[in-house]
Ligand binder design. Structure first.
Ligand code: GAR
Length: 210
């Protein structure tokens, strides 16, 4: 049975593109990207999905009375499409327990910093890189983690480190981090599809290849 993957996006979708490219080049063992969902109608990410004939769904938050109702509809779409793994890739909304509880250890997120630092509410996109620059940290990076009921608090799967340079701007740092994101996310998804991720408390163990 193939692992059916849904990717959730809100913007440009370069991480989605990295996942699509990895899938198309055969990097995901027995998996397919079956659905892309966005809360933003104009998200370029939706075009990236359509370009390779992956169903791309826009769900308009304005049509639902609250986040729970929205997530109920999302959940319905995932269940109808028999989704096994949900990948958040620049999805700028926090998932409610409606989905998180149904998909425990089957939702991943990519975050543009080294968690547990520089995470939590309000920490997304350029805000993260601004905070890193202001802190004086010498290193930043990116983290792929499982999503739990907190914000950016779930078990860490993989991380990559990049230096923060003396004359960086948040934009330059974002660019350097993004290059690593595009390498890291497909690796994490591959490991999941190969059944090699095992969660032990807060730690994710990576099993040897069988
Ligand atoms: C990425 O840098 C991702 O890590 C970040 O948004 C960007 C999306 O870019 N996500 C968050 O900040 C979530 N907290 P993309 O649309 O080009 O993949």
């Amino acid at each position: 049975m193939k692992t059916r993957i849904a990717v959730m996006v809100s913007g440009g979708g370069t991480n989605l593109q990295a996942l699509l490219d990895a899938w198309k080049s055969g990097q995901f063992n027995q998996a397919e990207i079956s659905l892309v969902v966005s809360n933003q109608e104009k998200a370029k990410a939706l075009d990236r999905a359509r370009a390779v004939h992956v169903p791309a769904l826009f769900l308009n938050p304005a049509q639902y009375k609250d986040r729970q109702a929205y997530d109920q509809q999302l959940l319905k779409s995932f269940q109808e499409n028999k989704i096994d793994l949900i990948c958040l890739a620049g999805y700028m909304r926090i998932l409610t327990t409606v989905i998180v509880r149904q998909y425990e250890q089957r939702i991943m997120n990519i975050h543009p910093a080294l968690l547990p630092a520089f995470g939590g509410e309000g920490m997304y996109g350029l805000h993260v890189h601004e905070a890193v620059m202001q802190s004086g940290a010498k290193y930043s990076g990116c983290t792929v983690h499982f999503v739990d009921e907190g914000t950016d608090t779930g078990p860490i799967i993989l991380q990559a480190v990049v230096p923060v340079l003396d004359h960086d701007t948040p934009d330059k740092l974002a660019e350097r981090v993004l290059i690593e994101e595009h390498r890291l996310y497909p690796r994490a998804v591959s490991l999941f599809c190969e059944g090699r991720l095992q969660v032990a408390g807060k730690r994710v163990l990576i099993k040897e290849k069988a």
